[in-house]
Design a protein around this ligand. Structure first.
Ligand SMILES: [Zn+2]
Length: 748
């Protein structure tokens, strides 16, 4: 298939000149005192060459000058530094993306803490006397006092104080907008290839911003009023039954995610620049991200041309993946919907962790930025060198990958934002559990988004749609879901799916009762045991009773539907035929009782401490029998229609399948020893350990293959793989020892 196969459904700002973003291998360019005081042209070039030799082709600026407003006295010198970086990098065909905090300003901690903070970035406070003075006064820039641009905490009516120990400027303040765009204009003149405006958020949490500009704009756009400054009105804050509060949460998201990046893009486009706009989010599917801070990458995507996840430095680079897959797969969904690359930022501590992060990004079909606080250029370059050099040698294996898989898992941002968004376990963890278990068990899937269901899913593309308590659905989405099933699609739905409209207003009747084959009769708030119905043998090898620890819906099964599971009193899982398709409906939660281990960094832990003293803690309270229900419902509905199956392999052996222009690739990663258990204590340091895998048989449905060759950075010569073709299934026998850490099979 040609180019058309990769055609996106929605448009981003992604002109022809920026298509190089597909093939990017990133690192940071850490800016320190060296650049400001010492560097010669030769030094810049040596630094660029070191990065080039490690396979880096794009750098993103980073370091202690990141909180840009705190250094406004040094702007002229920092712009000279940036020009020198651009000049040296361009000489070695490396592109430069300028990255800084656009709103954070001031620092509330004492001078000793500031000194230590800057030392981490190789900046000596003694050489910057003006920096401390900026904190003790209220600086003025072009006649505008900094404090007049601060976000206002509605609870106090005073300047908001952020979790970063700073204040933050308000993106709706016109003085701020004017001064910031002017600074950006100076940055563009340095010749940068892209711009990343970090931290466009309302902080802290949902109590910001109560400034006059936000009040005026909110009332103009919505007709509602922001509560008076001075206290947290409980009828408003955290009350998702109050449409004014939901409007406020959505107004904040629109300000940060849509209005702000649009203003930046219109400005540079008016000036005639064409700039890369990569942008990250660490928690786009979570409540603490978009609902808590107002930034939602998903809603900003028309203005960005790379969708990426920041795996924060307080995550464990080797163990975080099984939890964070909920984020990674969401960025792949944005990549597919908008036709732009996805990527991931990790903070690995050593080249072994860096290699894992590189290989994992390839398993996702995403680009990578590995970086480490305080690394020398040599150390930074070695974080990804092994993987990058392999990628440079075989670029075609990574070219514009399109994920294969016939399962669609719906992530509903409207449900996330408008439905009980005070806690993650009503919706977010339900989505997360499905995402995590599908991924862990190599059930190849795409996450699909609001727009996908507004347009309607293609029955040729997907065989199964999963609705993990997606409570908020529009009428159009309801119609399209019914059409998908009527035409032969399979569906799994959970709990209150379809009980609300897209804005979070409860419907008079749940929208999909007829499809599910049930009549809904309200909620049961107790935790009851579930068991297989006497008449059903659908699920296999279940314990006699399953501990359901969450509320569930009381339902009456319609005569046409088959009861698969019961509580003591009521049906809790039914199977219904609808048109040519089939539906399984669970009246209670599954995903949020089936999460993978969440590595938690306790506040008293020290990330980098010696083993035996400081730690991460594995948290996992999932119910093994519920995980069985989840996996069996998928496998049984898709009987003989799974895109890919393997011989029994140790959990944590991960497989990905991608379509490229002329062939497919199969990626295999050995992450078996990175999985963690509940209660396990472990450390940030350490290397990627493996246990050997035996021969692996992989069965790929629907591909008639002629040739398969396996490549790996772990050995030098590619190996040919025998193929058998049987009943429309290609069977590959991948020999022992051809997959050690990571390998990729070219399928032709
Ligand atoms: Zn404001």
């Amino acid at each position: 298939m040609g180019e058309g196969h990769f055609k996106s459904k929605r448009q981003s700002y992604f002109p022809e000149e920026l298509q190089w973003l597909w093939d990017t291998r990133y690192s940071s360019w850490w800016i320190s005192d060296d650049e400001v005081f010492e560097f010669s042209e030769r030094d810049y070039e040596n630094k660029a060459k070191l990065l080039k030799d490690a396979g880096i082709n794009t750098v993103i600026t980073f370091g202690g000058f990141h909180d840009r407003w705190n250094w406004h006295h040094l702007w002229p010198r920092l712009l000279e530094v940036l020009s020198s970086i651009v000049k040296a990098c361009h000489k070695f065909n490396i592109r430069v993306v300028e990255h800084h905090s656009a709103v954070l300003v001031g620092r509330l901690s004492d001078p000793q803490k500031i000194r230590e903070y800057l030392r981490k970035y190789n900046i000596n406070l003694a050489r910057h006397p003006q920096y401390l003075k900026n904190f003790l006064t209220d600086p003025i820039i072009e006649g505008v006092k900094f404090s007049s641009m601060h976000q206002i905490d509605i609870r106090t009516g005073k300047s908001s104080q952020t979790q970063y120990q700073t204040y933050a400027f308000c993106p709706n303040n016109p003085d701020y907008q004017r001064l910031y765009l002017k600074h950006l204009e100076d940055i563009y003149r340095c010749g940068v290839d892209g711009i990343m405006t970090d931290d466009i958020q309302f902080l802290p949490g949902m109590y910001s911003c109560g400034c006059v500009w936000c009040r005026k704009l909110f009332t103009k756009e919505t007709g509602y009023f922001i509560p008076e400054n001075g206290f947290a009105d409980e009828r408003f804050f955290n009350n998702f039954d109050n449409p004014a509060f939901r409007a406020f949460i959505n107004f904040r998201i629109k300000t940060c995610s849509s209005d702000f990046p649009r203003r930046v893009n219109e400005h540079f486009q008016r000036l005639g620049y064409i700039l890369a706009r990569p942008n990250y989010s660490s928690g786009d599917t979570t409540i603490f991200g978009p609902v808590g801070t107002g930034f939602n990458l998903e809603e900003g995507m028309p203005y960005f041309n790379t969708a990426f996840t920041e795996v924060c430095s307080v995550e464990n680079p080797l163990a975080c993946w099984s939890w964070l897959i909920m984020e990674f797969k969401h960025r792949s969904a944005l990549s597919r919907l908008y036709g732009v690359p996805a990527m991931v930022l990790f903070y690995p501590l050593n080249p072994s962790q860096g290699y894992f992060c590189w290989a994992f990004s390839k398993l996702l079909g995403q680009n990578l930025w590995n970086t480490r606080w305080g690394a020398t250029t040599k150390e930074e370059s070695l974080l990804s060198a092994k993987g990058n050099n392999f990628q440079e040698k075989y670029p075609e294996l990574f070219e514009r990958p399109k994920n294969c898989g016939n399962i669609a898992l719906f992530f509903s941002r409207r449900t996330r934002t408008n439905y009980q968004a005070t806690r993650e376990d009503f919706y977010v963890y339900e989505y997360a559990g499905w995402c995590q278990q599908l991924f862990l068990h190599n059930l190849l899937f795409d996450v699909v988004l609001e727009e996908d269901l507004e347009d309607g899913l293609d029955n040729k593309e997907y065989d199964l749609l999963i609705l993990p308590n997606t409570a908020c659905l529009s009428d159009k989405q309801v119609t399209n879901i019914k059409k998908f099933v009527k035409n032969g699609g399979k569906l799994i739905a959970v709990f209150e799916t379809g009980h609300f409209d897209q804005n979070g207003n409860r419907r008079k009747r749940p929208a999909l009762e007829d499809l599910f084959g049930v009549e809904d009769r309200g909620v049961i708030n107790s935790h009851d045991w579930w068991r297989q119905s006497n008449t059903s043998r659908f699920f296999e090898n279940l314990e006699p009773y399953i501990a359901n620890c969450r509320p569930y819906r009381r339902i009456k099964a319609s005569p046409s539907s088959e009861i698969l599971l019961r509580s003591i009193w009521d049906p809790v899982c039914v199977r219904n035929h609808y048109g040519a398709g089939e539906v399984i409906y669970f009246a209670g939660y599954l995903g949020n009782q089936a999460n993978t281990t969440h590595p938690i960094w306790p506040p008293e832990g020290d990330l980098y401490g010696p083993e035996g003293k400081n730690f991460f803690y594995g948290f996992n309270k999932s119910e093994p029998e519920i995980i069985k229900l989840l996996l069996q419902s998928v496998k049984k509905l898709l009987a003989n229609r799974l895109t890919l199956e393997t011989s029994p392999i140790p959990t944590g052996t991960l497989v990905g399948l991608f379509k490229h222009q002329r062939f497919h690739t199969l990626h295999i990663l050995n992450a078996t020893k990175t999985l963690r258990k509940h209660g396990e204590v472990f450390y940030q340091k350490g290397t990627w350990r493996i246990s050997p895998l035996g021969e692996i048989e992989v069965r790929v449905r629907g591909l008639s293959l002629q040739k398969a060759t396996i490549f790996s950075p772990d050995y030098s010569q590619p190996v040919s793989i025998p193929i058998k073709f049987q009943n429309k299934i290609s069977i590959l026998k991948i020999p022992e020892d051809t997959v050690r850490y990571y390998s990729v099979v070219k399928l032709e």
